[in-house]
Design a protein around this ligand. Structure first.
Ligand SMILES: [Zn+2]
Length: 434
């Protein structure tokens, strides 16, 4: 009987002791079909089928498999290494088969998902530090690539698995304590006492972390071994090759940071997107005056540009010259459609630079008539005093024609509308143009 398969479970399933969880599962399915009592004529059918089930029960659970895998690592009862005994074999890495002073039994997981199906597969065995690193990285990369795509467990299992692998996987305390006690004993039989004591000290660390009632039993084993090996000198602890951060930690950590950065930047991008769209969505307000564009906190002035207070009625503003008066034309500026006062200037466009020739104030809801304007090309520029918004009308011509000793002249009515979104096209102008 294979020492590493004491109950013959692996043999029964027909797989090696290093078989993966997937291989064990499919071997069980095949054998279960063949050995099922319904199909198996053997008088032993029921017992065989039960044995198969028992094997699968133990090997399909990562914790019980870990214990089973390390059952062989026991100091024989007939201890005191008598010369008749065959030299015990040290524990080797289940991957590379090399002897290591610090083997560990480790369970990593990898997650694979497909829509609603998520499978969390253990990757377990006795590993040397090098093989453990590559197993950790391999499991983590598989999880990153294939773990997420299942709802809801894909996400949950992936996150926990990635962090567990990052910190070195799960190392069952009792299994590792027993494993190291055995390894220490093997080194002792080889007269490597210093090494044996160092390994035994590691075993003690694991034994102290055991939570079950077996703790005392395992601790006793360690203490016995340590006292047998006692040389009245302090133990030289082994260099901790398992300490974190190690290379695997950095590799997995880098992947984690890269993915997290991608995620954060994609999340940060979303609010910018909504900021862009929200202004065009929100102005469902029917009041056309309200869509407040970015006006740097406009405060309604009390005075006109020249410092003269706005009059209380619609009229010319004191202090501004009344020009272009030697004409006959008339312009009626209609602010009756508006609910805000306006500060208005009639500009002549016939000079090199447009210049105001009449400056006046019209109250909300009123009209104002400018008379005796000289013929020429003009426009009207105005400030909505409530919002501060500046606009101008289209240019217009005022004409005077002398017909039979009578002078025909222009009479123009300009209706000012609310400057924002009104039904008349307004031309927004800058402060300099007013
Ligand atoms: Zn190895």
């Amino acid at each position: 009987m294979n020492k590493k398969d004491p109950a013959g479970y692996y043999a029964l399933l027909g797989v090696p002791e290093t078989a993966t969880a997937t291989e064990i599962k499919s071997a069980f399915r095949q054998n279960a079909k063949a050995l099922h009592p319904d199909r198996n004529p053997s008088p032993d059918a029921v017992r065989q089928f039960q044995h198969l089930n028992e094997a699968y029960q133990v090997l399909s659970n990562p914790d019980t498999r870990a214990r089973y895998d390390t059952l062989y690592a026991q100091i024989p009862q007939s201890e005191t290494a008598s010369s008749h005994q065959v030299a015990p074999e040290p524990i080797v890495c289940s991957c590379c088969k090399k002897v290591t002073a610090q083997p560990r039994y480790i369970i990593f997981f990898q997650v694979t998902s497909f829509i609603v199906l998520t499978i969390r597969t253990p990757i377990q065995g006795i590993f040397c530090p090098k093989c453990a690193e590559s197993k950790a990285i391999q499991s983590t990369i598989t999880t990153w690539l294939l773990g997420w795509w299942g709802l809801p467990w894909g996400l949950i299992y992936s996150v926990s698995t990635i962090f567990q692998n990052l910190f070195g996987g799960s190392k069952p305390n009792e299994v590792n304590a027993r494993l190291l006690i055995y390894q220490a004993w093997v080194f002792a039989t080889q007269n490597k006492f210093e090494l044996a004591r160092g390994v035994a000290a590691d075993a003690e660390d694991f034994a102290r972390k055991i939570k079950k009632e077996d703790k005392r039993k395992v601790l006793n084993l360690v203490e016995e071994l340590l006292s047998a090996l006692d040389t009245k000198t302090p133990i030289k602890r082994l260099k901790n090759v398992w300490s974190i951060p190690n290379r695997a930690f950095y590799v997995q950590g880098s992947i984690l940071i890269a993915v997290a950065t991608l995620f954060v930047s994609s999340v940060a991008y979303v609010p910018t997107e909504t900021n862009h769209t929200s202004p065009s969505v929100s102005p469902t307000h029917p009041d056309t005056s309200s869509p407040s564009p970015p006006k740097p906190e406009y405060v309604r002035p009390i005075t006109a540009d020249n410092g003269v207070p706005f009059p209380s009625t619609s009229s010319y503003i004191d202090g501004y010259p009344i020009q272009s008066t030697d004409g006959y034309s008339k312009v009626i500026v209609d602010n009756s459609q508006n609910d805000s006062d306006v500060f208005v200037k009639l500009f002549t466009l016939d000079t090199n630079r447009p210049a105001p020739v009449r400056v006046f104030f019209i109250r909300a809801g009123e009209k104002f008539t400018i008379e005796n304007i000289k013929a020429g090309n003009y426009d009207v520029r105005y400030r909505d005093l409530d919002s501060g918004f500046l606009a101008r009308t289209d240019p217009f011509d005022l004409r005077e024609v002398e017909i039979l000793e009578r002078i025909e002249f222009s009479e123009v009515t300009l209706t000012l509308y609310k400057v924002y979104g009104g039904n008349m096209q307004t031309h927004s102008i800058s402060e300099n143009e007013f």
